[in-house]
Design a protein around this ligand. Sequence first.
Ligand SMILES: NC(=O)c1ccc[n+]([C@@H]2O[C@H](COP(=O)([O-])OP(=O)(O)OC[C@H]3O[C@@H](n4cnc5c(N)ncnc54)[C@H](OP(=O)(O)O)[C@@H]3O)[C@@H](O)[C@H]2O)c1
Length: 257
Amino acid sequence: MSASDLFSIAGKAALVTGGTRGIGKMIAEGFVDAGAVVYISSRKAGACAEVAAELSAKGTCYGIPADLSTEGGCRGLADEMVSRLDRLDILVNNAGAAWGAPLAEFDETAFEKVLALNVKGVFHLTRFLVPLLQASGTSEAPARVINIGSIDGLCVPLVENYAYSSSKAAVHHLTRHLARRLAPAITVNAIAPGPFESKMMAATLEAFGEQIAANAPLKRIGRPDDMAGAAIYLSSRAGAYLTGAVIPVDGGIATTR
Ligand SMILES: NC(=O)c1ccc[n+]([C@@H]2O[C@H](COP(=O)([O-])OP(=O)(O)OC[C@H]3O[C@@H](n4cnc5c(N)ncnc54)[C@H](OP(=O)(O)O)[C@@H]3O)[C@@H](O)[C@H]2O)c1
């Protein structure tokens, strides 16, 4: 098999949640560029339509709005995918939310919001899409689930984001648990990103971006190709023999700490 075949995802059907901006858009755009048929989702219908149109200029991309912080929203998106496709090759559970507050003020609302999307949303959407993923996957060529965790779920962060860091540790363990349950037809892996430019990271990078880059062993923050590359690897023949793995894509920030 040639290197280009080994990493090919041409013609595969992929769903990227939170694909309208930030890390989700980096992955969606990388998939479109690589010839996949890509569905993106987020709450805002306008953003879904706009980004799908932008990415369709160089490939195939469709937008489907959904709020994934409720079980019903996850069911609705899965039903919509079932009505459009007879198989799904790649699911990227990327949509996520963060919350920062001092310990004394870190109340129930923060935990409810963050866990509902970051943990329960990943779980429910995956379980509702299992039949569509199983329609694609075999033990020789498994379907892929890629969960977006965080290095904040691997190492204790400096910022006070208790619900977020614990939600990401939960995503990493959920990845291992689902990997065991869904093998051999579906692999489940996680990417744990370090700092990448996005709306979620905008304030942090504006205030501390240079410092974060200077302190990173690889001396920069992540670029879109770094994220797309890891997701394409996990989605292609090259990544077929990994499941239950949590891969940091962080310039060495957490891995060398
Ligand atoms: N950027 C980083 O440095 C970094 C580092 C580590 C991990 N991550 C993780 O990477 C993922 C993406 O983060 P990001 O930085 O790219 O964030 P972002 O720029 O805020 O993007 C979040 C995406 O999720 C969607 N979304 C938010 N709430 C949703 C909901 N309830 N239902 C469905 N979609 C929803 C947003 O669109 P709508 O507002 O239209 O819903 C948007 O498309 C998250 O899981 C995050 O924890 C990011």
